[in-house]
Design a protein around this ligand. Sequence first.
Ligand SMILES: Cc1cc2nc3c(=O)[nH]c(=O)nc-3n(C[C@H](O)[C@H](O)[C@H](O)COP(=O)(O)OP(=O)(O)OC[C@H]3O[C@@H](n4cnc5c(N)ncnc54)[C@H](O)[C@@H]3O)c2cc1C
Length: 506
Amino acid sequence: MKTVLIIGAGPAGLTAALELARCSEIRPIVLEALDDVGGISRTIEFKGNRMDLGGHRFFSKSDWVMDWWQTLMPVETVDGNHPSSALRKDRQLLVRPRVSRIYFLRRFFDYPISLSVKTLANLGIVRLVRIGVSYLGARLFQRKPEKNLEDFFHNRFGGELYRTFFKDYTEKVWGVPCGDISPAWGAQRVKGLSVGKALLHAAKAFLGLFKPDIRQKGTETSLIERFLYPRLGPGQMWRIAAEEVRQRGGEIHFGQKLIRILRDGERILSVETESVDKSTRIWQGDWVISSMAVKDLIAAIEPPAPQNVREIADGLAYRSFITVGLLVRKLKPRPESVPPLNLLPDTWLYIQEPGVKLGRLQVFNNWSPALVKAADTVWLGLEYFCQEGDALWDMPDSQFASFAAAELAEIDLIDPADVLDAHVVHVPKAYPAYFGTYAQFDTIRGFTDRVQNLFLVGRNGMHRYNNQDHSMLTAKLAVDAILGGSTDKSGIWSVNLEDDYHESKR
Ligand SMILES: Cc1cc2nc3c(=O)[nH]c(=O)nc-3n(C[C@H](O)[C@H](O)[C@H](O)COP(=O)(O)OP(=O)(O)OC[C@H]3O[C@@H](n4cnc5c(N)ncnc54)[C@H](O)[C@@H]3O)c2cc1C
């Protein structure tokens, strides 16, 4: 029986494994460094509470992805029950409304910024005039050649709106000035979002013309209003996928960190993994699908990749992430909060208050009540962007938890006396960065594309800001290529590049 070695049991790796297990005689063997599935999309359990590492919305413009998820976890009906009583309620995909606002000047602003009366009142007349003038100026007279992210934002939103809402937050996320970030980041993440479209969207919503179905194909990614969410967090989807992989004869091995890839010219012969006790194992396969960070993959290849490829791979940059699960008795009361917990309506908040390092705040109760053990508590996720090895990353967990709680108190969202418990999770390489040696990435791609039985997929696997759905589509295309006997990887690289790709390729 032929085998495919799959590196990583995140969304990309498990999609590849399940597609192979469902559609072929080829056996998938998944090698995962951690002891759980889901990768960055896993769910961490802490004393009966469940943490999502970042708040994972399940939505896609690809029907294939939407259907794939729903074959594993059917969507709840409007009354919250599942159509088939045979299926347990805890295996449902919830339909959640997106409520995410910006917290700035101790006030809540809609995100994406809408030109509502409330936004206008929050901003005040002076700032508003400045925003309007600079927006019109940028649109009508001062378009800049888009050499970096600052130019990208300036051209779409004007300088004042950029400085008010995008600059500090983006720099908090990436740790470098917007002027040093490629405009490709904006093109990929903010896609067609603009003040004009936000206005049109607001007008349609106001007139009742905007009634999104859950697919929301025509909607800009940043404007997606409703999304699916596994009742027990994103990791539940990936645990169910893993169950089916095993039932269909696939293998998943935990605690197996890939450390070496042996090749003979343009073919991979075997890979070597190391477990926590430092014992090593060699695995042979006919193909390798890799979702591990391409930087680590290139460093592991023997005989080594050409020097320029190794240098570029070594220079790839990442942003890492620390999230603190904070259990509190209640939030501080606000006009829009619901007593007795003073729960805010938001699934998450972007924290733009100056003076704190906190980037985003998840309100897990609003993602799924089942993430919270005790209904009379508020379960929060405080998110910090950092670099592996910097002061935040190296801070001991207990100190970090106190620091995070103190920041939340400082910006008036909790009373420190209400903190009940905390759990700190480090997520290395959470964001592949579009700086460092990224501009030369094609050289790496040229090398890996030539290795016939190697397929790079997923987010860090391709060093691309892929969401779960993109990561899954790349895995599907890798499986299609393997089953079709093709070594052409160009289709995989075009996922998440062109807006219409998913539609036209299906
Ligand atoms: C803060 C945040 C919020 C996000 N929100 C959303 C969202 O709302 N919606 C959405 O769809 N996506 C979201 N994403 C993106 C989503 O997390 C990723 O797209 C997805 O997890 C990528 O899947 P993957 O399988 O490519 O990689 P990963 O999830 O990174 O999985 C890779 C796996 O490979 C393993 N691995 C790595 N190195 C090795 C090695 N040497 N040997 C063996 N195994 C190895 C890792 O342990 C991991 O399990 C978010 C990401 C972040 C950081």
